[in-house]
Design a protein around this ligand. Structure first.
Ligand code: ADP
Length: 653
């Protein structure tokens, strides 16, 4: 099986955080079982000589939106690098607030696919990661017609690649993708969202995060969309590369050690404390390493320092990130005798900290997986973590270790995201530190706990195999119970094939009579791009209004209404719209639960739920319900405000 693993960063060539680590270590672990190649941009900052990155001789060019792009392919072992000649990757930083980020990574996505074309190779699996390579999911299938399956891994849902809809033309994409079901997001485009829609499988980097992102708290405004797609969502816990992260081989540290020789950790600590101007090696050393961003709980750490300064501990902080935090932490540096703060990204110092620390803080507000806690455990530094995401999946509180159903590393865990929780956890950590036997037991247990890629790589491999053998996850369709006292109507707009629209209103027969008495001439109308293309009052006597219509349209929807004596049309109910016939949705269905006791049509008292059917695969979303309901209510308000419409066919709706 042939796999292409696509990432915007791979350690040691480029790394901003966990993605860089995973993009290095997961393919390395998978290489034992399948033929896997990784590919990333060749940022000009990468030292090609140092890393022995050499040209392969392969180059290709292509045109997107009338701009000519030229790429050369470089290589170092089984990692490929795409060198651009259009100033896409020659920036001071890998990621930044650049105006052309859509182009930078959109064109990278094109270039990966152009590379596949130029190389003449077939890949069974394209494994894309985060928003930077997300566009590949759409392009691979619909522009390049590749048959390989697409696996999309979300490493952090907070970064979605949201751009103005102008990017559709800038990247020569089809406007058909600009639908809520694929790429549209509050009138912008959202690349991460499009990859969720278009990939065959979506994975997150821990099982708990896969669940969390379906909730309002962690869903970054995509929770309903993700819930809709949860049938193809899986959480696989990351691992770490033990060839990279092991204190007995790590050349960044002075005194190498393992669980049989923990005394050497103390020697590392002694040297580090001196370098950081901290005192008293008998006090436990608490470390924090990470990006300075709210996600990492840095505000809570800063608040807790006011109290932690009085405790018999030392604290060493290393990180960099958002400017306001960089400044704030720089201003705190030197303020507390027992706190050292280093601003910057320093791999070697990070390793020294892991090798010297007694405890590691990770009070993240959310954490897709988190690698720091795994690295810390490997180095015998006990993690103090908030119970979220991958932290919850990888660390159990030492006091509850026996109750844990799945084996996890031992640490100190807490739930609240405030300074008190950190202070309280620090006190518990201190108590553990003072109980030397238990403390050492915990350190050794963590050092020997297996967080290598061993089992997780196998989980990915299993997915690859299943997908390449033709398996695809299927949507589950929940059934409804109709609330008592309600009848059910169904308003359907279906593109039965690219040429025919089928519009269908199925209404409880007993109500038809009543409606017809009240509203004399009920009509069912279909609209395309704002134009009424068909209307009918054809009733089959069994509760069905319907018609077929030849189509040549884009945006379609259906309305039910009636004409008043003066010939104006009053809309009672309008369906959701969808884009046909090229979009994935070929079928929109609005189910209306109608209260039998009220004159619901007039008062518009309905309960809606909505079904879309994708390429004849049934789809229902209970998660979408609230939002759709809201949208529908909004549209009903609009219809209320302008409830009279011109009678003539072809009138604008
Ligand atoms: P994220 O990807 O959210 O930043 P992870 O815990 O998944 O967080 O991965 C963080 C990785 O980056 C770890 O390898 C950690 O040691 C490293 N790291 C984070 N900040 C720094 C820094 N300032 N200097 C060196 N290494 C860092």
């Amino acid at each position: 099986m042939k796999v292409l693993f696509i990432s915007s960063e791979i350690f040691p060539f480029a790394k901003s955080g966990g993605l860089g680590d995973v993009a290095a270590s997961l393919p390395k672990a998978l290489a034992n079982y399948c033929d896997i190649t990784s590919i990333m941009p060749l940022y000009t900052k990468i030292d090609t000589k140092k890393h022995n990155i050499i040209p392969t001789g392969l180059s290709f060019d292509f045109v997107v939106a009338n701009i000519h792009y030229y790429f050369e392919v470089y290589q170092s072992q089984n990692i490929l690098f795409l060198k651009d000649h259009n100033n896409l990757f020659n920036r001071s930083e890998m990621y930044g607030d650049f105006e052309d980020n859509d182009i930078r990574f959109g064109i990278f996505s094109y270039a990966v696919l152009e590379y596949i074309k130029a190389s003449g190779l077939h890949y069974d699996i394209l494994h894309i990661n985060d928003w930077q390579s997300a566009l590949i999911a759409t392009l691979a299938k619909e522009h390049y017609f590749l048959s390989g399956k697409v696996v999309f891994t979300i490493h952090n849902l907070a970064y979605q690649g949201i751009f103005s809809k102008d990017s559709i033309d800038r990247l020569a994409l089809k406007w058909d993708y600009f639908t809520p079901a694929v790429m549209e997001y509050h009138d912008n485009i959202n690349l991460l969202k499009s990859a969720i829609a278009q990939s065959d499988i979506v994975t997150t980097v821990s099982p708990t995060y896969a669940k969390e992102i379906q909730t309002h708290q962690f869903g970054c405004d995509l929770e309903n969309f993700i819930t809709d797609n949860s049938y193809k969502l899986e959480g696989i816990l990351n691992g770490i590369d033990y060839d990279e992260f092991s204190p007995n081989i790590d050349n960044n540290i002075l005194y190498k050690y393992d669980s049989g020789n923990i005394e050497a950790k103390k020697a590392n600590k002694r040297v580090l404390l001196e370098a950081l101007f901290l005192h008293d090696e008998n006090k436990p050393l608490f470390i924090f390493i990470g990006r300075f961003t709210a996600q990492k709980g840095i505000d809570q750490i800063i608040a807790a320092l006011h109290i932690l300064q009085y405790m018999p501990i030392n604290i060493a902080i290393l990180g960099s990130g958002e400017e306001n935090y960089n400044h704030l932490l720089a201003s705190l540096s030197g303020k507390y005798d027992n706190v050292s703060i280093t601003i910057g990204y320093d791999e070697a110092l990070a390793r020294k900290l892991y090798a010297s620390g007694d405890f590691l803080y990770m009070p993240s507000l959310y954490e897709p997986c988190g690698l720091n806690q795994m690295i810390a455990m490997r180095y015998g530094t006990i993690p103090i973590v908030r119970e979220v995401g991958g932290l919850k999946d990888s660390v159990v509180d030492i006091n509850q270790a026996n109750q844990s159903q799945t084996p996890k590393g031992w640490g100190v865990t807490f739930q609240n995201s405030d300074a008190h929780a950190i202070i309280d956890a620090t006190q518990r950590a201190l108590a553990l530190y003072e109980n030397e036997d238990r403390y050492l037991e915990c350190v050794k247990y963590d050092m020997n706990f297996d967080y290598s890629w061993h089992s997780s790589a196998k989980a990915y491999l299993e997915l690859y195999h299943k997908l390449s053998s033709g398996w695809l996850p299927q949507r589950m369709i929940p059934t409804f119970e109709i609330p008592s006292g309600y009848s059910i109507d169904t308003l359907k707009t279906i593109a039965v094939n690219p040429k025919t629209l089928y519009t269908y209103w199925e209404v409880t027969p007993s109500l038809v009579e009543k409606y017809q008495t009240n509203y004399s001439d009920l009509k069912l109308k279909a609209f395309a791009d704002g134009i009424c293309i068909e209307e009918t009052s054809l009733y089959d006597g069994n509760g069905n209004y319907y018609f077929y219509h030849e189509i040549d349209f884009k945006k379609v929807w259906t309305k039910i209404g009636f004409y008043t004596a003066d010939g104006t049309f009053t809309t009672i109910l309008s369906s959701n719209y969808f884009i046909a016939p090229n979009s994935k949705i070929i079928y929109a269905e609005n189910i209306i639960w109608r209260n039998l006791d009220t004159d619901a049509l007039l008062h518009k008292k309905f309960i809606f739920s909505h079904k879309y059917f994708y390429e004849s695969q049934e789809y229902f979303s209970s998660g979408m319900l609230a939002k759709q309901h809201q949208r529908m209510e909004q549209s009903l308000k609009t219809f209320d405000a302008s409830s009279t419409h011109n009678i003539s066919k072809g009138a604008k709706s």
